[in-house]
Design a protein around this ligand. Sequence first.
Ligand SMILES: Nc1nc2c(ncn2[C@@H]2O[C@H](COP(=O)(O)OP(=O)(O)OP(=O)(O)O)[C@@H](O)[C@H]2O)c(=O)[nH]1
Ligand SMILES: [Mg+2]
Length: 419
Amino acid sequence: MFLLFYQKNRDSPGTDPGQTRDRPGTDPQIPQITSNFQKTTTAKTRNRLERVQGLSLLVEFFLDWVYYDGMSFSVGIIGLPNVGKSTLFKALTKIQVGIGDYPFTTIDPNVGRVRVPDERLEKIAQLIKPEKTTYTVIEFVDIAGLIQGSHKGEGLGNQFLAHIRNCDAILQIVRCFESEKAENVLKEINPEKEIETIKTELLMKDLETTENALVKLEKKLKSEGKSERKEILKKMEALKKIKEGANQGKSILEIDLTKEEKSAVKEYCFLTQKPIFYLLNTDGKRECALTKGNYLAINLKEEEEISEWKEEELKELNLKSQLDQLITACYNILDLITFYTVTGGKEVRAWTIKKGASAPEAGGVVHSDFEERFIKAEVIGWKELIETGSWSKAKERGLIKIVGKDYLVKDGDVIEFKI
Ligand SMILES: Nc1nc2c(ncn2[C@@H]2O[C@H](COP(=O)(O)OP(=O)(O)OP(=O)(O)O)[C@@H](O)[C@H]2O)c(=O)[nH]1
Ligand SMILES: [Mg+2]
């Protein structure tokens, strides 16, 4: 049955533009996607599995299931030990993970996907009345606690900084609760100091990466030809600027880099260049605020408890989870846009791409054929579609635009790809 199901889902998409097909194993609530983080793990899994003779089809099925070629974005949950990272992860993903009173309960990272709340998608679905409504997702990675000296291998060391490197954005949990059982590694509740401690660790690692890169480039400079030397010198200039800023305690986000400089150092995936959001894990007994940065104050213990409750129970007690707000905030710092497909009325689905993506690039997120064989796309803004009442009426009134390869997708576009 598994294989039949697999075969069915491997059929290539028809030429009907609206036909965004299901991925193997796709459930509307848990689209199967792959991020940089998963790719590393999946590559290792592929090697191991491929050694087993006779299991190739099963291997392929499994890899297709986890190795969705669409675009996905991940948020690394970081912070000192015992601040509530795994408590948040469990509340967000409903995945049972180890939560303990002692520091470093988490060793291997936990990875889970969470659907992004989307009122626009719900409104489109109310209009189209599809069989399936599929939200876009982001991935959260619960990473082991960092402490002072992590960049030099203290605590659980350097490898956890590497896990952060694979994430697109960072969510730092800051401890604002007292507990006799769960030791406070910082020994005091001091959000600014806690943030500074983690920032220093990330920055020291970036400084180390910068210095190593400069040494390597210096050597390379001597052996390369004239045109390559020009590129290397550009990169070195940007790295020197970063080194100078980092030595003054500035995160790379705080250093004024030009677009060219940013692109020259992109390959280093600097930790302090990732967008960051703070969650103050409060027990509600104290004032909780930051003087700078984007943040939310949430009681994670409470969130963990109510994450098991049904919606009706929450309504009855007049309780509201703040996690949707948090997911939306994380989605927003990733600098992404959402577009929608309506699949001939069968499925209404939200997709995520980076701001500035072209129509074929957006098509590639839905299916590789939509990028490779892209001819044109039909596009309408979600609001216009709702106001007009249906896709066919919008077409009759000439409100649907035909766009080509150069069209840059806008947030909220509803798109049908033509191949
Ligand atoms: N009182 C209180 N306890 C909390 C809260 N959040 C987490 N805890 C407790 O703090 C302890 C550590 O929570 P975890 O979620 O495991 O913390 P962590 O940041 O993942 O810790 P490590 O994996 O060790 O880095 C557990 O005993 C939690 O029950 C909170 O908001 N209030
Ligand atoms: Mg943990």
